[in-house]
Design a protein around this ligand. Sequence first.
Ligand SMILES: C[S@@+](CC[C@H](N)C(=O)[O-])C[C@H]1O[C@@H](n2cnc3c(N)ncnc32)[C@H](O)[C@@H]1O
Length: 397
Amino acid sequence: MTPAARVQAAIELLDQIIAAASEKGAPADRLIAEYFKARRYAGSKDRRAVRELVYRAVRLCGQVPETGRAAMLALARSDETLTPLFDGSTHGPKPVMQHETPAATGVAQQWLAERLAVSGIAGEEAEALLARAPLDIRVNTLKAERSTIDLPEPGEPLAAPNGLRFPSGTQVEQWPAWRDGAVEVQDHGSQWMCEALDPQSGETIVDLCAGAGGKTLAIAAKTGNGARIIASDTDKRRLGNLAPRARKAGAQIAETVLLDPGREEEALAPYFGTAERVLVDAPCSGSGTWRRNPESRWRLTPNELDRLTGLQDHVLDLGAKLVRPGGTLVFVTCSLLDEEGIDRIAAFCERHAGWEASAPDLPLGRLRERGEAKGTRLTPCHDGTDGFFVAMLRAAC
Ligand SMILES: C[S@@+](CC[C@H](N)C(=O)[O-])C[C@H]1O[C@@H](n2cnc3c(N)ncnc32)[C@H](O)[C@@H]1O
């Protein structure tokens, strides 16, 4: 592909990503993969270059752009090598017309930028949400040790006991250690969420919103397969991925429980009051992971945020029923909005007398508090991790 044809391909892909954002369609990564599946003539360098253009444009535009071309024109404003490629060549974009307006740039839609600012995320904290994320892995201690594992590149040891950091885009999935389950891709912040849970061998632990088991596997490794782990989720496809992942990782998961949304108690009742620890890794806006999914900020609406905070209260209340007297509930979201963090904990404490909310003792992050409610927030700018909120809730004995 010529450089101009790559720009035109990026424009076409951006049009698809913009449409998918308003129609709740496929994520950008999938759209890009499908685009190139139908265009076998594009070589690996072309694919990499187009992908790079697409993501640079998505990161740059806080509001949803009207068109892919407007987004690419915004990028061309900040990168003068792109403007001459609007050359009207056979596969390239049409020349720039005088009346054309580039898309608005910024961190997020105005309402969202305002809510972030109210939550203390503005200036460099907000800009860091759109930086490139490194590639972090967790060495799976059921199969290997960080100090002795043989990897194609050494990696930078992280503060998390089993974490290693590699440059963004490292092809970990091609490593024998990944294929053998000796390493898992997991953000450094996410690794600390499992440390905050502090699971112990011999305990019953429920991972209520387990998804495909990113944190479940870390819990199994941390307890040396010594805990009874129950993993549940409402998403059949994600939960279905847990068993093969656990086999590969050598992790023992006692039970996986598929939940019916709104009727979760039917399946969870046998576990009520039994767990020493419950992890509620709640569904959220993902505003802490925009470094990896920048187009997800185009999808969020105030109504969707309201729906999510309602769901967070709901899963917290379910989690509370699973905890045995004196046990611990750990609430996690990968969001930097207080509405999905400390506000949920303050609301929980109002609904549940006798529970005590505290911030976990971590070597990173900063305190967020609202009255008696406390939690810890990690941010890309301050901690070099994805953004997370975590709070510990202790049940009365
Ligand atoms: C942040 S993701 C979990 C990620 C996962 N723990 C990991 O580490 O990979 C939130 C999960 O909550 C699940 N979920 C949504 N509603 C739920 C509900 N009512 N009960 C349990 N899980 C729910 C979603 O399907 C999603 O998998």
